[in-house]
Ligand binder design. Structure first.
Ligand SMILES: [Zn+2]
Length: 287
């Protein structure tokens, strides 16, 4: 679920996402370890929050975290109607806890955070900055501040116990240009001591409660409430497109093996099987 508010008499954009259902589905489909679930869940949630920077229905946003840590990286792709999908490069990594918490920063390591916005134009918009901590929430706020000149506070969190996802969500508080300095200073102060969002959700608060608590004392106008879901848009035709894009030599080799080919969708793990004859057809259409 995504909620979108304007706070402090229209001066502050507030977006919250409860991503428990999304992250449960993502963890099940990709069979992620706990630390991978946390990194994946935060990335999916962050991408959902950023959808409110898209303009049109068909716009697509990709949030990509690449690091030299054992996870390798995490990708989330979302449409503006909040259907999100993604994958973790190495989903079965396990690491010791750090101060009792899943060590997402170490699992990601040093690297970059990249946002791609596809508005259906010839060239997509691409912005990228180095990771600050690899914890994803802070990195995303840093990206917005540096790459898009939009200062924001972002909190993302996933609570996993055993291998069950207990809570997942996040929110963004974004003073719009021209916001009173005293309001910005107050919000900054609150951001320093605000409890982890996953903890609040697990204790029974809704994401709306969390945002309203953060913004306590300010006026809040609700603009929108919408569904979020983990959803893939793959199809046999799309996979044919992938096969058609690999090198001619590779395709020839697969055909020579004469065992057909099984291609799995990165995002939802659905397997598509192609016989040798079908592969030959794909190859011959490329000629
Ligand atoms: Zn798929």
């Amino acid at each position: 679920m995504l909620v979108n508010y304007l706070g402090a008499n229209g001066q502050v954009r507030c977006i919250g996402v409860d991503s428990l259902d999304v992250v449960k589905d993502a963890a099940r489909i990709h069979n992620t370890s706990n630390v991978a679930t946390a990194a994946f869940g935060r990335t999916l949630t962050g991408a959902l929050i950023l959808t409110r920077h898209l303009k049109n229905k068909d716009d697509i946003l990709t949030l990509q975290i690449r690091g030299d840590g054992p996870l390798g990286g995490v990708v989330a792709v979302t449409t503006s109607d909040c259907k999100v999908r993604g994958y973790v490069i190495n989903p079965d990594v396990t690491l010791p806890l750090k101060d009792g918490k899943l060590d997402v920063g170490r699992a990601i390591g040093k690297g970059n955070i990249t946002v791609v916005k596809d508005f259906g134009l010839k060239e997509p918009y691409v912005g990228s900055v180095p990771l600050l901590t690899g914890e994803i929430g802070e990195d995303l706020a840093y990206y917005l501040a540096v790459s898009e000149q939009i200062p924001s506070f972002i909190s993302l969190g996933v609570l996993v116990k055993g291998s069950e996802v207990l809570a997942s969500g996040g929110f963004m508080i974004q003073p719009l240009p021209g916001t009173d300095e005293e309001i910005i200073a107050e919000l900054e102060k609150r951001s320093m001591s605000f409890p982890p969002v996953s903890q609040l959700l697990h204790a029974g608060a809704t994401i709306e409660d969390v945002i309203n608590d953060f913004m306590r004392g300010f006026s809040m106008e609700k603009l929108e409430e919408g569904e979020t879901s983990y959803a893939c848009n793959c199809s046999r035709e799309r996979i044919v497109g992938v096969l058609a894009s690999i090198s001619r030599k590779e395709l020839d080799e697969i055909i020579e093996d004469d065992e057909g080919a099984e291609v799995k969708c990165h995002f939802c793990n659905t397997a598509y099987f192609f016989t040798t004859d079908e592969l030959k057809e794909i190859r011959d259409e490329l000629m």
